[in-house]
Design a protein around this ligand. Structure first.
Ligand code: SAM
Length: 300
């Protein structure tokens, strides 16, 4: 179930009064490392230690001593409080200069280590040994937000929970309800594969460089949509993607074109699923898509 919380509203987020000293510490570290924040790598570093502590506290609130995987640790704002918990922490960083810095920063914590590389090229099984479910923590780099979330969800039950921070608009798309302008194929994907709960909002002042927009912290707990099979979920995504691009078309026209079956066959398919072919694709709930997928899947 998708649970967007009221924190998308206009309430002031965390980090609006982030200390100048914390920001200058990050700036000084970057200068010492001769690193200019890279837009391509989504390098907006957290400077407000209160926000970092709050994120780490949410990550650690579930009982247990399972491993923690951090995606994109950067300068270690989240990694340090996570490592201090004593839980095994593995931080995967693509920027080798930052990975090297982090290795020395984490030296006091033998339970924490750094792996260098692109998270999207890794398999969780190869990164973290043992069967204990993993908690994932990330202030996600913007450029890989969607593939990283897909990567997390695809790990299935190996992931106990992910605690993620993204731009507010991304979180809104993930948690969107049918019929809203934010609702799209990624909203359906998340609803099919995970439970999302918005926790709190973070202001641009909590980062360096300062982004243009607010961020949102939310948990994502992978779970299959109740009562569905893997084939049904795959079929739903096939249908949703086929209908994408037809935002101003009727569902029958969009699906007829996307599935290359023509509008008449698409209309017949939708009528068998008891879905009005005149609706727009962006108004269909997960249950509606499942009804179409089950009729489509039953075709000889
Ligand atoms: N966690 C740090 C913080 O909160 O201050 C840094 C967050 S910054 C938004 C994103 C980090 O992800 C950067 O350190 C960047 O180098 C790293 N990164 C970008 N793409 C990555 C990838 N594909 N795999 C692993 N790390 C990546």
């Amino acid at each position: 179930m998708l649970r967007p919380a009221p924190s998308f509203g206009s309430r002031r987020g965390e980090g609006g009064t982030s200390g100048h000293r914390a920001t200058s510490g990050v700036v000084a570290t970057l200068r010492a490392l001769d690193v200019r924040p890279s837009r391509r790598l989504g390098q907006n570093f957290l400077t407000d230690p209160r926000v970092a502590e709050r994120i780490a506290a949410v990550a650690l609130e579930a009982p247990g001593d399972g491993p923690i995987l951090e995606i994109g640790p950067g300068l270690g704002a989240l990694t340090e409080p996570l490592a201090a918990s004593g839980r095994p922490v593995l931080a995967v960083e693509l920027d080798l200069r930052l990975a090297e810095h982090l290795e020395s920063l984490l030296a006091p914590w033998p339970n924490a280590r750094v792996a260098r590389g692109d998270i999207l090229d890794q398999s969780l099984g190869a990164l973290i040994l043992g069967a204990a479910p993993v908690t994932i923590v990330a202030n996600l780099p913007y450029a890989i937000t969607s593939p990283a979330i897909a990567w997390i969800v695809e790990q299935g039950p190996r992931v106990a929970r992910a605690l993620l921070m993204t731009q507010r608009e991304v979180a809104q798309r993930l948690a969107a309800k049918p019929g809203t302008k934010e609702y799209g194929s990624f909203s359906v994907f998340v609803a099919l594969h995970a439970e999302l709960e918005v926790r709190f909002r973070v202001s641009p002042g909590a980062f360096h460089p300062r982004p243009d927009v607010d961020s949102v912290v939310f948990t994502l707990t992978p779970r299959p949509y109740p009562g569905t099979t893997a084939e049904e979920r795959a079929e739903v995504m096939h249908l949703v993607r086929a209908a994408t691009g037809g935002r101003r078309k009727t569902l029958a026209n969009a699906l007829g074109q996307g599935l290359e079956i023509g509008a008449d066959a698409a209309r017949a398919l939708l009528e068998r699923a008891a879905i009005d072919p005149g609706r727009r694709a962006e108004t269909l709930s997960v249950e509606d898509w499942l009804a179409v997928a089950r009729v489509e899947g039953a075709r000889p």
